[in-house]
Design a protein around this ligand. Structure first.
Ligand SMILES: [Zn+2]
Length: 232
């Protein structure tokens, strides 16, 4: 196997694990609908789900596709060809991004339906530097030119997710497990936000405290786990 073939095969394996993590966490609608992609490093190509269900995803359903929609290896269903642009726009807008995930996670999608951003009212968001409000990209039919430019319009350098109005969630990160983490954190934050509103208003974490939360997370990660006896 050439290095590139081995690399692509390894990326496909990461996507299968990622889809299982999403289903396990319940960050997906009852239908199991969703799609995801990984950028093949150093290229304008990605591995993209060819089926629109993440539950039970298999490696043969992950064709290699160029950002402009040419299928280079494998088969892409027509319904998935429609969403090439939704993934491609993230990679073109931010060269640091290596993976994109899309589901209709019910709580986060409720914010998209209400046309309301998800804000930093949850420790998990602060810890992973998701302190900016997650914006809502204006509605456009799935895969349409309008829907893609609406995503580009609300993305900034620091964006790690966008809510798609009346539709769902798009999350992205340097790698696929990072994108899954963002999706799950948003679903948790959205659920908490909705529950908090039944008894009051969610309170936001002040920016300086959010920075402190990140700093602590980094310090503990660098230090490793302390054993109960205080060694290592
Ligand atoms: Zn969708």
């Amino acid at each position: 196997m050439t290095n590139r073939v081995a690399e692509v095969s390894q990326l496909r394996g990461q996507m299968l694990k990622a889809s299982q993590a999403i289903v396990r966490a319940g960050a997906i609608s009852r239908s199991g609908h969703g799609n995801m992609s990984i950028r093949v490093p150093g290229t304008d190509t990605m591995l993209l789900t060819s089926v629109s269900n993440l539950d039970g995803l298999t490696a043969d359903a992950l064709p290699l596709v160029s950002f402009d929609g040419k299928v280079l290896d494998g088969h892409l269903e027509a319904t998935s060809a429609e969403i090439v642009g939704m993934h491609g726009v993230v990679y073109e807008r931010n060269a640091q991004m290596g993976a994109v995930v899309h589901t209709h996670a019910p709580y986060a999608t409720s914010f998209a339906v209400a046309n309301q951003p998800i804000e930093c009212w949850y420790e998990g968001l602060a810890r992973f530097d998701l302190t900016e409000a997650i914006p809502v990209a204006k509605y456009g039919p799935r895969g349409s030119r309008e829907s893609i430019s609406n995503i580009a319009d609300v993305m900034t350098e620091r964006s790690r997710a966008v809510l798609l109005q009346n539709h769902g969630v798009l999350s992205f990160e340097c790698d696929i497990m990072g994108a899954v983490r963002v999706l799950i954190l948003l679903e948790e934050a959205a659920e908490l936000g909705i529950r908090a509103r039944t008894i009051g208003e969610p309170t936001l974490i002040p920016l300086d405290m959010a920075a402190y939360a990140r700093q602590r997370a980094a310090e503990f990660a660098a230090q490793g786990t302390m054993r109960a006896d205080g060694h290592g």
